[in-house]
Design a protein around this ligand. Structure first.
Ligand code: NAI
Ligand code: MG
Length: 331
């Protein structure tokens, strides 16, 4: 049994978390859970967005299943995600985008994974005001951060039977920063002879992605390109409801849906729990529970393919609980 930390979050967070935990239990996932209320609602109750006990649990378990949190506006709060990324050095943001039979898009064969460096680049916050008319934002690329994100992309490719890793960059213009990122990619690639390695300039990548997304497999890139490209890939598969993610460091891993707390539908029991459920599947795979993850993925695919029990975001009328029960019945 592995103990994991679960943050229930705001808005639709508690509803989708309950559904996901029921499915994990039905699949007999060998997990025990430490649950915490976290986020804006918790702040109103107890004065802290993340209670100390919740941090302590993650410190101990090293595995966090996190549901979305409402970021309070106008009170000077730092984003909770930035806090968690920094505190636990979650340097790789991994977002798989895969076409699904339940969602009609122009691209039926998308199956790709973005590896976004999560700690530096133009997001390091190194900015300088030179004068009232000139501002500088500094792009920081280090060998340390580049090596670990590139290596983790290749490790993932090997572990998941992926064929190719593409390095996305703008080394023709930023010869030093992106140039080093690309050099490191070329140094590391030969360590993984079973995986094909190539590289593409980021603007060309955008064009190719919307014309021939089926030509891409794993992609690895610095922070800013990863932020933009991963949103582009979510558009290719029909939007947010089906996009899981994991944020991973050397010692800690956090799994969450890409979408937010959806206050417009909270409490109505119509939220789609699939993105969080697929995030939980990534967590199971991270823990080596591949067979349990495979069974859950198969059950979801079966329910989606039948199109009889879909939540409203996918054009159906099912409640969250009905959709959950349909998946459990398949298990
Ligand atoms: P959102 O992703 O919560 O919602 C956008 C639209 O998608 C809404 O119409 C919503 O109903 C729908 N939607 C989202 N997830 C869905 C699901 N599972 N099933 C069915 N429909 C779904 O984005 P929004 O409205 O911009 O943000 C709401 C709050 O969430 C904000 O406070 C924001 O800061 C926070 N947020 C938190 C994130 C996190 O904790 N990781 C990520 C993104 C936003
Ligand atoms: Mg973004």
């Amino acid at each position: 049994m592995t103990t994991i930390t679960v943050f229930k979050g705001d808005g639709i967070g508690p509803e989708i978390t309950d559904a996901v935990i029921d499915i994990l239990n039905a699949a007999k996932a060998p997990l025990t859970y430490e649950f915490f209320n976290v986020g804006a609602a918790e702040y109103e109750r107890n004065g802290a967005l993340i209670p100390e006990a919740a941090f302590q649990s993650f410190d101990k378990t090293h595995i966090l299943l996190k549901s979305p949190i409402t970021t309070p506006i106008g009170k000077g709060f730092r984003s909770l995600n930035v806090t968690l990324r920094k505190k636990y050095d979650l340097f790789a943001n991994i977002r798989p985008a895969k076409s699904n039979t339940a969602v009609k898009t122009p691209f039926p064969n998308v199956d790709l994974v973005t590896f976004r460096e999560n700690t530096e680049d133009l997001y390091a916050g190194v900015e300088e005001k030179i004068s009232d008319d000139e501002m500088h934002s500094i792009k920081i690329i280090t060998r340390h951060a580049s090596s670990r994100i590139i290596r983790s992309a290749f490790e993932y490719a090997v572990a998941h039977g992926r064929k190719k890793v593409t390095c996305v960059h703008k080394a023709n213009i930023m010869k030093l920063s992106d140039g080093m990122f690309l050099d490191i990619f070329r140094e590391i690639a030969p360590d993984y002879p079973q995986v094909e390695a190539d590289d593409k300039i980021v603007d060309n990548t955008c064009m190719q992605l919307v014309m021939h997304p089926e030509n891409f497999d794993v992609m690895v890139m610095p922070n800013l390109y990863g932020d933009i490209i991963s949103d582009l890939t979510s558009g290719l598969i029909g939007g947010l409801g089906l996009l899981p993610s994991m944020n991973i460091g050397t010692d800690y891993a956090m799994f969450e849906a890409v979408h937010g707390s959806a206050p417009d539908i909270a409490g109505k029991h119509i939220a789609n729990p699939t993105a969080l459920l697929w995030s939980a599947c990534m967590m199971l795979e991270h823990l080596g529970e591949n067979e349990t993850a495979r069974r859950i993925r198969q059950a979801v695919d079966d329910v989606l393919a039948e199109k009889k029990c879909l939540t409203p975001d996918l054009g159906g009328t099912a409640k969250t609980e009905e959709y959950k029960d349909a998946i459990i019945a398949k298990l």
